[in-house]
Write a protein that binds this ligand. Sequence first.
Ligand code: ASP
Length: 347
Amino acid sequence: MHSNRRKATRILIIYTGGTVGMVVDSQSGALKPIGFREIRDNIPEIVRLGFEVDVHAFNPPLDSSNMQPAIWVDLAGIIGKKYDGYDGFVILHGSDTMAFTASALSFLLENLGKPVILTGSQLPIGEIRTDARENIITALEIAAARKGGKALVPEVCIYFDYQLFRGNRSKKYNAEKFEAFYSMNYPPLAEAGINIKYQREAIVKAPEAALKLHSKLDNQVAVLKIFPGINAATVDAILATPGCKAVILETFGSGNASTEAWFIAALQKAIARGLIIVNITQCDGGAVELGRYETSAQLQKIGVWSGHDLTFEAALAKLMFLLAQKHSRKRLRELMETSLRGELTND
Ligand code: ASP
């Protein structure tokens, strides 16, 4: 028996694809995505949750390695269009690029007041040992959770293996474990056991303002991941990528890089011709602290921006989002180095 209140709850599942709905192709032996019916047939429990669940299924469904910024914009658009009709949204998505999609959606959906929970699985729904069933059922519960008439988690999140993370703080760190994600620089927003325990102080408060939907992203971004022995030709080629407006510089430890003259000169020249360079750490946890070591003081001096404790996924999505808005360089830097959606800590 379900209360009327629960019955009145409406959740929209957006099925984009991913392992969750894959089967083994009889010819190639590789996993490939199939339609939503397979998923629904394998989770009859959805009906027992007692709330209304509608489905918007991508046709064809995608392996998330084929995800594109244009599809992030489409996804945000679907949520924007259906926003008033639903209490929450669950996006079924491949785990490979789930953290990128979650990060991008967090920026595209400004003043979000309802849960947008991404989930998927490491094993397809049809497998006996699948993790899909628990992930989907609990993601639906979280998307429907309310207190005092308000959504408990008005954020874009990833739910996977009993943990709920802020989407733009998450990272897929394991290709094999059911526990595929973590969020090193921000605590989980909830943990599911017998009860779902929400960490209320870690969750953003629902905004008073109405949802503001953004629909532009600019992918003129490149990545320079440094390593001992990287040569000038590689660095120069990346910094000279045609059309590129911003480069994410993945550095060592707390934002450190070689002090060799050729390297610093290459970055300095690129900055002088207008390229934005944002420093994030190759470590999964901790933050960039420009000036802490001599090996980062140089970067600070030549005008490299700090990405603080942004994940790579969030840095990329945030740059694509901000570059599309045509801010002045000064404003863009301010926005890049401040938290817009809880994606970074800079105090
Ligand atoms: N390749 C799959 C995808 O990201 C992996 C997964 O779903 O876990 O679509």
